[in-house]
Design a protein around this ligand. Structure first.
Ligand SMILES: Cc1cc2nc3c(=O)[nH]c(=O)nc-3n(C[C@H](O)[C@H](O)[C@H](O)COP(=O)(O)O)c2cc1C
Length: 194
């Protein structure tokens, strides 16, 4: 597997911002079945091994799931304030849930579950997101989930970038590059006006 040409640039941005927690957050946009945009902040959970796919985790009961099931395309918008760079990455989304058939992706799901904190795992046992809050703390204090066995609500989301729009505010004029996947591991790279 060849790393996509934008990977080294993103790796450098991540490295330079390694002590800024928020540099590992980005916005993930999807569309509703009615065609409206929806976005939300999520955590970068690294790349899937031997691939350019970006790992995100989410709850099977969250609204983004039905949006992705209806239209499996998403766009990430990621700004690195320290280096003043923006990456917008569009691509297909894959939902790897408990019954996803691919063995390697199941392994990746399990490994990701094992790598997150107890506090993060606990959230997957919380009551259903966006249902009315009941003033009772009991439902939020279920036992700590087994770190070796992902809960069914735990979904590994993969975004496979096909278009990357990289903008760096450094320089006057600023610099912008478009990377487009045009074939199996073939990327077209074009410098464009900012
Ligand atoms: C800093 C930060 C990090 C977040 N990380 C995640 C995440 O990794 N996965 C996730 O599903 N939601 C995450 N959320 C919550 C989402 O932004 C969102 O509220 C939730 O996923 C419900 O979105 P939905 O209704 O569009 O599915 C995070 C929120 C913040 C503020």
């Amino acid at each position: 597997m060849n790393l996509a040409p934008w990977r080294s640039i993103l790796a450098r941005s991540l490295y330079k911002s390694r002590n800024l927690r928020e540099s590992r957050y980005f916005q993930l946009a999807t569309v509703t079945p009615e065609g409206y945009p929806k976005n939300r902040t999520v955590v970068f959970r690294d790349f899937l091994e031997q691939s350019n796919q970006i790992k995100i985790i989410t709850d099977s009961r969250s609204e983004k799931i039905e949006q992705i099931e209806a239209k499996n395309w998403g766009e990430i918008c990621w700004y690195f304030s320290k280096t003043r760079e923006q990456f917008r990455m569009g691509g297909e989304l894959t939902l790897v849930g408990a019954s996803y058939p691919d063995e390697d992706l199941q392994k990746a799901r399990l490994q990701t579950w094992q790598n997150i904190s107890d506090a993060a795992r606990m959230q997957f046992a919380w009551p259903t997101p966006k249902t009315a809050r009941v003033e009772d703390t009991e439902p939020f204090s279920s036992p700590t989930p087994d770190p070796t066995m992902p809960l069914d609500t735990f979904i590994l989301v993969l975004l496979n970038p096909q278009v990357v729009d990289y903008l760096t505010l450094r320089g006057n004029p600023q610099n912008r590059t478009i990377y487009r996947l045009t074939g199996e591991e073939v990327w077209e790279v074009q410098e464009v006006n900012p």
